[in-house]
Design a protein around this ligand. Structure first.
Ligand SMILES: COc1ccc(S(=O)(=O)N2Cc3cc(C#N)ccc3N(Cc3cncn3C)C[C@H]2Cc2ccccc2)cc1
Ligand SMILES: [Zn+2]
Length: 330
């Protein structure tokens, strides 16, 4: 039987509904007893990072409540130095990165105790170079990226063993040129973004086979123009980010069909509520709204969006303000 791994795009797709997306994000999760507000509490810090980065790309950051966000982040830093997703939650490296990203965008790093954040991240590194997400010990290459991205944003990469960190990432490389979450795990676009991002920050892109890996990444594009995360999977707008950012760092963004992908991304807009969903017709959320906008930013469309930095997934002007120069292959 022919398995269906793609979708049909509608004949015509809407232009970028920028104002609708801004309103969708500005009002998302404000109603405290709304279902989504409760469901997203466990990842609130990341949800705020996705929303604020998307709003900044659209030039709407001044419409956000800066003081309220900074106050919330200060309250989420725990005794350990790590930062939690929400009040009374346990700290985790995922949310520590999201918090530091938000503070860099607001240019307000003095809101938290930087030294204690640095100590928390340093404590996550294992003898084999890998990183745990929190004190419970789960190892995942995503956490290596979070650790290196966080410390480099704070200009404190000196506190960890970068060479061992790179060594662990390279142990996660597979024969197809891709990367998995642990040594032996199958290649996945999200893990390729994390590994290439870490190699970009640490200046080790020479360790990968750019052609083989870029070929695997371009294989993610389907007839609908959308990108999936693994072979045989359906297209999803958030994979536009994982794949396009890695291809941009590898200097091979031009290998994807830009027109078809732009059409797919625009088809994922929710014309009623605003926001983007993973595929046309699904429910919009802040995560896919950010990654729909970052795809259009990376693809250099004529839409009025700020440039996104492919390594940090933060506005380019913020990375420049921090004097950071993550490596790219040209
Ligand atoms: C919709 O039920 C969910 C399921 C999981 C999660 S999650 O574990 O917190 N998380 C973040 C995430 C946030 C939102 C939003 N708003 C929506 C989805 C989504 N996914 C799930 C997803 C995305 N594409 C398809 N799928 C199924 C990724 C996941 C893992 C992830 C976390 C951080 C950075 C990258 C990836 C949240 C909601
Ligand atoms: Zn998705």
């Amino acid at each position: 039987p022919v398995l269906k791994h793609d979708i049909e795009l509608p004949a015509s797709v809407p232009e970028l509904l920028l104002e609708k997306h801004a309103n969708f994000l500005l009002s998302y999760g404000t109603d405290k007893d709304e279902y989504m507000y409760c469901m997203t509490e466990h990842m609130r810090m990341s949800g705020m990072y996705w929303g604020l980065t998307a709003l900044d790309l659209m030039g709407k950051l001044e419409q956000t409540n800066r003081n309220e966000v900074l106050e919330f982040i200060a309250q989420c830093q725990t005794e350990s130095g790590g930062i939690a997703a929400s009040l009374q939650h346990d700290p985790h490296i995922l949310y520590t990165l999201s918090a530091v990203q938000i503070l860099c965008i607001y240019n307000a790093l003095d809101t938290i105790d930087i030294e204690k954040v640095v100590k928390y991240v340093k404590e996550r590194q294992q003898p084999d170079g890998s990183f745990t997400g929190d004190i419970w010990g789960e190892i995942d290459m995503r956490f290596s990226f979070c650790a290196v991205a966080t410390l480099s944003l704070l200009n404190r990469l000196d506190v960890i063993d970068v060479e061992k960190a790179v060594e662990f990432v390279m142990k996660c490389m597979n024969f197809d040129g891709g990367f998995g979450s642990k040594p032996g795990a199958e290649s996945h676009a999200g893990m390729i973004y994390c590994s290439i991002g870490l190699l970009s920050i640490t200046g080790n892109l020479h360790l990968v086979d750019a052609d083989q890996l870029s070929w695997w990444l371009c294989e993610r594009q389907l007839p609908s123009g959308g990108l999936n995360g693994r072979p045989e999977k359906l297209p999803d707008v958030c994979y536009s980010w994982w794949v396009l950012s890695a291809l941009t760092i590898l200097g091979r963004l031009h290998w994807v069909n830009k027109e078809q992908l732009v059409k797919f991304v625009l088809a994922c807009q929710d014309t009623e509520s605003g926001g983007f969903s993973d595929r046309p017709g699904d429910i919009a959320d802040p995560f896919h709204t950010l990654f729909g906008l970052t795809a259009l930013s990376l693809l250099n469309t004529d839409y009025p969006l700020k440039k996104i930095n492919p390594t940090y997934c933060m506005p380019e002007y913020v990375i420049q303000r921090l004097h950071l120069k993550p490596a790219r292959l040209d």
